[in-house]
Design a protein around this ligand. Structure first.
Ligand SMILES: *Cc1c(COP(=O)(O)O)cnc(C)c1O
Length: 460
């Protein structure tokens, strides 16, 4: 299996290359040269299979040529060993034809674990084969940093440095990062904002001498390995329902929902993919008005979806244009220049054949948490609630509606309290963290200090 870039000016690459590089050298995103096909018979047989077996069936189509079957099986087993639900991604019926697909049973209680755990295992194996070490550097506003630390902590051949804005992440988020006991995990509490942290990451990647010396790399949400691992739960959920479903996906960077498109292109039959956004509604406006344009950034109750650019949308545009790399490259350049892109009628029509979109306010998010709690006694987190708010706007469904539940409510106690008057019970996995020692180096907002810290830790 080989991969090509959405911008058409990069050599085709193997799965290992794609995994270690993330972004293609022409600035585009990697996609398979052609989508592997999973037959209806095989999909139907997923009904009785375990999550790990389905993951192997899907992922092996992409990893062929880069990892042996035995290596992939081992990586999948290690990735999901720490999940607290035997189904990995349980499908729960909540009434009136609606379901929650729970993706928060991993170590940091949010859906990014499902893919990052696999990516970490494969990353470490690919590095071992290539030789040498890598330094993973990430800036985080909370969720991504903890998921990266949980996925990469203790793995051979790499160090992981995560920078969070000091005092600006929640207690739970900070503890999930700073209590890691692994020697290859290095937390930086930056005296600055998330944007400052991100600027430093960009500056260090642009410092090519430094980047080469330490083997600097990222585990971005645009990495195709993450999309591949996220396809799996669309298949397991559909097989369990035994009929075509509508999937409602709380959307930020468009990675999770694009995995749904990937699954459909591989043969999954689904009714629709519904983009659910908060007040940062760039994707809802793109679908509904035909203009993809960055707006003002709003802080909402669902912070992991507070984005103004949906990086993975480039993949959907490439597909919707009939895989026209020249158009995609020009369109993305246009967007970077003007922060705005008018979608051609043909592209928009293709997108609308598959996707619908709904944006919801914080008030609607709180109302969705309250409604689900009242009807079922379940507490959902504010990201899931943005999905539920979109599902409620669709009315009573003709086919099963599956809302992807992307975080455990205990990660967002304030939003839950606002909605139902009490915070969710804290799982032992979280309360236990409060007893552990924390490790983080506080550093001023200066790239040279971060560089020195990285050098000193790598030498230690
Ligand atoms: C990252 C995240 C999302 C958004 O997923 P994308 O793939 O960026 O669209 C939704 N919910 C939670 C809890 C997240 O952490």
């Amino acid at each position: 299996m080989y991969f090509i870039s959405t911008r058409g000016a990069a050599p085709r690459a193997s799965f290992s290359d794609v995994l270690l590089a993330g972004l293609a050298p022409d600035g585009g995103l990697y996609l398979p040269e052609s989508w592997p096909q999973i037959s209806p018979t095989e999909i139907a047989a997923f009904k009785g299979a375990g999550y790990r077996d389905v993951a192997f069936a899907i992922l092996s189509r992409f990893t062929a040529g880069s990892f042996s079957d035995a290596e992939l099986k081992e990586a999948i087993a290690a990735a999901y060993a720490g999940f607290d639900a035997p189904e990995i991604a349980p499908l729960v019926e909540i009434g009136e034809g609606r379901f929650l697909l729970e993706l928060f049973h991993g170590p940091t209680l949010a859906f990014k674990d499902v893919a990052l755990q696999v990516l970490g295992q494969l990353f470490s194996r690919a590095l071992a084969r290539r030789g040498g070490r890598a330094t993973v550097l990430a800036a985080t506003s909370g969720d991504t940093g903890s998921a990266a630390i949980a996925a990469l902590g203790g793995l051979a051949n790499l160090d992981v440095f995560v920078m969070h804005p000091k005092g600006r992440v929640s207690d739970v988020q900070r503890l999930q990062m700073t209590t890691s006991a692994h020697a290859n995990v290095h937390n930086i509490a930056l005296e600055g904002s998330f944007d400052d942290a991100q600027s430093i990451v960009k500056a260090l990647f642009a410092d090519t001498e430094f980047a080469a010396k330490v083997g600097l790399t990222a585990v971005n949400s645009i990495n195709f390995a993450r999309i591949a691992a996220q396809c799996v739960y669309y298949f397991t959920a559909s097989a369990q329902l035994g009929k075509a479903a509508t999937f409602v996906v709380p959307t930020g960077n468009f990675g999770d929902i694009f995995a749904g498109e990937a699954a459909m292109r591989m043969g999954l039959v689904a009714d629709r993919l519904v983009i659910a956004t908060n007040a940062n509604d760039i994707m809802a406006r793109a679908l509904n008005d035909g203009v993809y344009a960055s707006g003002q950034s709003h802080a909402t109750l669902s912070p992991s979806m507070d984005i103004q650019v949906a990086s993975n949308f480039e993949r959907a545009l490439f597909e919707a244009s009939g895989r026209d790399a020249n158009w995609t490259a020009a369109a993305m350049k246009d967007f970077v220049r003007n922060r705005r892109l008018e979608l051609p009628p043909g592209v928009l029509e293709n997108l609308r054949a598959r996707y619908s979109a709904f944006a919801s306010t914080d008030a609607e998010t709180r109302a969705a948490i309250a409604a689900v709690h009242k009807q079922t006694g379940r507490i959902i987190d504010p990201h899931t609630a943005v999905g539920m708010a979109a599902a409620l706007k669709m009315g009573r469904p003709a086919s099963p509606v599956v809302v992807l539940s992307t975080a455990h409510p205990a990660k967002f106690p304030d939003a839950v309290s606002q909605a139902i008057g009490v915070p969710p019970p804290e799982p032992v996995a979280l309360s236990g963290l409060r007893k552990l020692p924390e490790r983080a180096r506080t550093l001023a907002n200066d790239p040279s200090l971060i560089k020195n810290f990285i050098f000193s830790r790598l030498a230690a």
